[in-house]
Ligand binder design. Sequence first.
Ligand code: F0G
Length: 438
Amino acid sequence: MPAELICFERACRARYPITEVIYNCRQCGGLIEARYEFRGVDPEALKRLWRERRTSNAPLDQSGVWRYRELIPFLDDTAGTAGIATLREGNTPLLEAPGAARWAGLDRVEFKHQGFNPTGSFKDNGMTCGAAQAIRLGMRRVACVSTGNTSASMAAYAAAAGLQPIIFIPHGNIAFGKLAQALEYGARTFQVEANFDQILALVRTLAERLGIYLLNSINPFRIEGQKTIVVEMLDQRDWRPPEWIVLPGGNLGNVSAFGKALRELRDLGLIAKMPKLAVIQAEGASPFYRFMRAPHPVPFRAVEHPETLATAIKIGDPVSWPKARFEVSSSGGVVEMVTEQEIADAKAQIGRCGIGCEPASAATLAGIRKLVGAGLIRAHADVVAVLTGNLLKDPDYIWRYHTGELEAPSGERLESTYGNRPEVVPNDAKRIEALLGG
Ligand code: F0G
């Protein structure tokens, strides 16, 4: 299956070998994507093959990414496991959540919960591919800047693959659970006194100078892996596309991956209809919302000082916005933004369903509620929301919300609308019995 890298810009489309270390087009500066010449694809045979692999004990078949390797054929050979580190990523459930649906004004909603991944976020889907490409290229060191999840994931996959992970994070601005993971997986960790966007520029310079492989989502192989989130979701739905796929937007790599996956699935005849993509941003870090929802066409403008308690999506200058614009527009989708209070309450509602997620993920349900309210999503619509990270990533936020101590970046105290305060009691059965109404 011939594979190459190609400039994403429709007016350029410069091509590069699949083994080129390149993140932006040398001719026009555009983003890069992987492109394949798929030949002789039989959609029904592929669907059957992927189902069969679910019962296999081979490591690559057990991976929810490599199981779908026919759709990400950038390596010359995936017959064996050599050169691929898999922690059995993907394999994440599609969960119904009637309580959350009611709260958002929908008849029904399904959560594709990427927090069930080995390091607790959707980054694992992409990272197994990024690490495989690093090995194929003979790289020894890999680096990323991160709001936390990418670094935790990269550290794990680099460690598993025998690569040296080097991570750069905004000092004091990532959830503790994520930083703890990176340390435990053995990453060399730099806490930089700058924000995500500033550090990305720094890391790009360092990577080039030192020959370190960059594993941010600007890396096209990360995007290839993240395509499988949508593929697995459709497989779980017996190939019935939902009307909407809703996801949070930060650096906008994930929506780019989803759009590419859906277009390829449609072109190969695996699905007949394209779902619409809805991207939800936090109000204080919403450059893509402002760009896409402006009443007149405007140039893309970064938010210089992004602010949100959903630190995973605290990004003001998302690199993948040109891809994201294309994917959202061509799917007939929409971009929405939500407040800190809306995110916090949506998160508590997802928790009450016994599911739970990290703050950035809850932006999805908050966004759905707003879009249903505005009549953009119908109450009967078939909606899948992607929960991107695990509840335990950010326990500090949860504690503060439930005890009424959560403050927005502006300093404003948030309402503990669905708060659940722990009660301190004496070691006295009678008193506790009385509290329990016994
Ligand atoms: N949700 C979570 C939990 C994330 O960690 C991220 C991104 C996003 C949503 C947004 O995804 O960037 O593809 O639009 N986290 C990155 C990181 C930036 O460094 O971990 P996106």
